[in-house]
Write a new protein. Structure first.
Length: 104
């Protein structure tokens, strides 16, 4: 099945502690149905000092989110579902709210 959300898409979080916040997709993990969004779902990671990181300490990083908890953002800045249609000889993604093609 084709991916409805891809790397680089602008998405909004629908549930959780960062509900309503927007960010850009950094990584998509299709086998786990998860993705990482820049600046959202931040967690603290306690790291031991190592040769590559001599300081160690508490680091902040993005944790993966389930795909069902995010929605693509249309040109109006509102959450939208994604559909597929054939334009010419290409299959393209489009926003269901506005009908505009999502580039990418």
């Amino acid at each position: 099945m084709a991916a409805k959300i891809k790397k680089g898409d602008r998405v909004v979080l629908l549930t959780g502690k960062d509900k309503g916040k927007q960010g850009q997709v950094q990584q998509v993990m299709p086998k786990e149905n998860r993705l990482i969004v820049e600046g959202l779902n931040m967690v603290k990671r306690h790291t031991k000092a190592s040769q590559s990181d001599p300081q160690g300490g508490i680091k902040h990083k993005e944790a993966p989110l389930h795909v069902s908890n995010v929605a693509c953002v249309d040109s109006n800045g509102k959450p939208t579902r994604v559909g597929f249609r054939i334009e010419g000889d290409k299959k393209v993604r489009f926003a269901k709210t506005t009908g505009e093609v999502i580039n990418g």
